[in-house]
Ligand binder design. Structure first.
Ligand SMILES: Cc1cc2nc3c(=O)[nH]c(=O)nc-3n(C[C@H](O)[C@H](O)[C@H](O)COP(=O)(O)OP(=O)(O)OC[C@H]3O[C@@H](n4cnc5c(N)ncnc54)[C@H](O)[C@@H]3O)c2cc1C
Length: 381
């Protein structure tokens, strides 16, 4: 049996970036994906993903996203496909909220270009959005969106060009360590690798049940609405990406029109919906999902309140504190977990691909990943 340097389990957003970086640095890489590449069954579909620079989630994320932007641009140049679209970004919330204060502080700490706009100025500059009069916005001209399916395609094509072996429609069923190697069993065959990275998204908790990895899938729904008037105000030159947190209504996020017809938005629930089994048949989007999104549209983007055009379900891959897990598996020298990005991970994929390759090759990398360690949950196996 051939021994690979690295096996990557799950070739979605994270896994595709890892196989690309590892193969570019001459590792003998095997990528295993249970569905097609890319697919619409995990967490990385729907044409666009927000990339914010002033991350209210915490200072650890900003260096990571700044490196990710450089790498997304390089990926676009290498493959002739633009992956990062720099249309700017708005973080809109009450002045005393975690989002407004966190985003402003992150911009200040890292010198990210920003302007603070009141509600009237936000609407004057970007007429599609009508925040409540007492809300403020942190406008960041350097933010924008990335294209998940094209990013996965570009990363996987690069990996293949650099000699990686990648299999779609092959599900990993089990694994065990065998001295200084790992044995991997799939529904088609068996493989041996010196190191192994689990980047299985919404399935990672199930796949690593024995290790008690606390990541659970949450069903979430994206909607695309047909603006009933002023369509031009929803195009990328007139509308940045945005997150808006309205007390009493909730935290929503969205995009200018791009890739799929209509004005796209989704909701991030303060208290996640109950965890589900990712292998059960998906509950398709329904009228209740549409009504939930529309309750926000009619308040904050009233011109967008026309017919719904598309809806799509997707999995958030939630950890208990909604921060990622990037770490060695307890008790394993060469087995790693990359997961639990909890609905905000795509923007980082390119940087995670690079840093995981550093970890696999050198045992060290350049970012502060201490907030992402498994030990914060008291997980000991
Ligand atoms: C609706 C929605 C909106 C989002 N919006 C944003 C956003 O605006 N900005 C942002 O940065 N992030 C956003 N996110 C989050 C981001 O998309 C995810 O954090 C990211 O895509 C996760 O990547 P991943 O590689 O972990 O998972 P995935 O891309 O789902 O990849 C995991 C892969 O592993 C495969 N797999 C699982 N088990 C096995 C197995 N046993 N054998 C083989 N293969 C297996 C799966 O089939 C899957 O393809 C959003 C997520 C959703 C659902």
């Amino acid at each position: 049996m051939e021994t690979y340097d690295l096996a990557v389990i799950g070739v979605g957003g994270m896994g595709s970036a890892i196989v690309a970086h590892a193969a570019a640095r001459k590792l003998r890489v095997l990528g295993l994906e249970q569905f097609s590449i890319p697919n619409i069954r995990g967490s990385s579909h729907g044409a666009t993903r927000i990339l914010r620079l002033g991350l209210h989630e915490g200072p650890t994320y900003v260096p990571l996203v700044l490196r990710a932007v450089e790498l997304w641009k390089q990926l676009g140049e290498k493959t002739g496909t633009r992956i990062f679209h720099n249309c700017g970004g708005l973080d809109v919330a009450m002045p005393d909220s975690r989002i407004f204060k966190g985003s402003k502080a992150a911009c200040e700490k890292f010198g990210v270009a920003r302007e603070i706009l009141d509600a009237a100025e936000t609407h004057r500059r970007f007429p599609a959005i009508k925040p409540a009069t007492d809300m403020l916005a942190v406008y960041q001209p350097g933010s924008g969106f990335v294209l998940p399916e094209l990013a996965i395609t570009a990363h996987v094509n690069l990996a293949l060009e650099n000699g990686a072996e990648i299999h779609g429609h092959e599900r990993v069923l089990g694994w065990k360590s065998n001295g200084d190697k790992y044995l991997i069993r799939t529904d088609r065959s068996a493989y041996e690798a010196k190191q192994i990275i689990f980047s299985a998204g919404a399935w990672i908790g199930k796949l690593l049940a024995e290790q008690k990895i606390p990541v659970v899938p949450e069903r979430t729904v994206l909607g695309w609405f047909s603006p009933k008037c002023n369509l031009a105000n929803f195009k990328p030159d007139r509308l940045p990406i945005w997150i808006v947190d309205v007390p009493e209504i909730g935290h929503f996020y969205g995009f200018p029109i791009f890739g799929i017809p209509g004005f796209k938005l989704g909701r991030l629930r303060e208290i996640p919906s109950p965890a589900i089994d990712p292998d059960l048949p998906r509950q398709e989007p329904d009228l209740a999902d549409e009504a939930d999104l529309r309750s926000f549209v009619e308040n904050v983007f009233p011109d967008a309140n026309g017919p719904v055009l598309s809806m799509e379900t997707c999995f958030f891959e939630n950890s208990p504190d909604r921060a990622p897990i990037i770490d060695r598996l307890p008790g394993e020298q060469g087995a790693w977990i990359v997961g639990g990005f909890s609905g905000h991970g795509f923007k980082y994929c390119s940087a995670v691909g690079e840093l995981m390759t550093d970890l696999v090759m050198n045992g060290s990398q350049r970012f502060d990943l201490s907030p992402f360690q498994l030990s914060r949950f008291g997980t000991t196996v």
